[in-house]
Design a protein around this ligand. Sequence first.
Ligand code: TYD
Length: 390
Amino acid sequence: MKKFLDLGLQPLANSYVLRKNLHLKEKKFKLILGFNPKNYLVSILNTVPKEKMFNKNYPYKSSESKTMKTSFMELAKKIKKKFKPKFIVEIGCNDGAFINNFDPKKIVGVEPCKNLARITKKKGYKVYSEYWNLRLSKKIIKEKKVDVIYSANTLSHITNYSEIFGAIKKSLSKKGILILEDPSLLNCIKNVAYDQFYCEHVYVFSTIALKNILDKFGLEIFDIENIITHGGSNRYYIKNKDNSFFKINKSVERELKKERKYGLQKFSTYVKFANKVKKSKKQLLKIFNKIYDKKVIGYGATAKSCTVLNYCNINNKHISFFYDTTSFKINKYLPGTKIRIKKYKKLTNKDADYVFLGAWNFKSEIFDKERLYIKNGGKFITHIPFPRII
Ligand code: TYD
């Protein structure tokens, strides 16, 4: 593993702090990024035990985002039409935003975060509240194998990818496919979106790296879609190599070409990226220092914000509070920086002169919602792709 960026000591990104615990010292972990020159995989070097992150207090709910809900609905329609699956498994089904679109007899979910599994179960779906692994996959496929395994923004959270892909390979039916969706490394590097890295995101996959990994399991990508979620993701359609029901689409080579042209197979690309990140930190701090006497708040208390704010040493002296719509986060404090999170209210120009866009990946959804604030001269601060006021 070749190290290329040190993002400092970071708290657990989704461990929002209760008011009564504000005085307690938070556990922090080194966040260092590295590149594997053998398979070209980019990952964080110090991983945190999964039980510390994915437990009954997991705050993120997919159903609370319009963008995610729409994306899941459209994909569900496509899956039904194109693949006509009889049995589907979703790994990391969260609060059921995707599963919701299917007949409960045809789909089961896997969700180790018990608070989320409970919500999906209440909607009438079977959910295994466990981590996806070989043992669980055997239990699930006891009666029949799986036609579609879907996993969005989950597989990159799992440290032991050998077991994950091994279990997937064994679970697929003859025609079976895996649809894997995750932030694209190409977009992440191009956008200097270093905040895609935090304790939970062990990997940010490039197509190049994913292809190398899948190859070891006799799996291959047969189609790729570029989608807008999470700041630019790829949706990979993956099959067993001996599954000849699907041809390899041109999109695969196209994506590989784009990535090779940008240099995702070269260590030097990541060194350049690291330099841009260091510059981004300086520029963002400069902006915050320039407006120190103005009313500044944050919008979207994301896990990504945790990386940015802690890395750039921006805290509750720079940002008075964050607005967020997630019920679980409200009245808690962002990890590390201890900035209070308040229940979302439509922005008014009395509230703030400047709003830091924590959820930059929902920029258009947010700008659309806050038209009035913008029309009346309200400004946003973003660090993507470079720090600026908009
Ligand atoms: P997201 O960017 O999906 O996640 P991550 O934590 O993985 O970086 O999180 C979006 C957050 O932004 C979530 O806490 C909800 C919040 N949000 C709002 O408060 N208002 C909005 O209009 C939108 C779109 C999101």
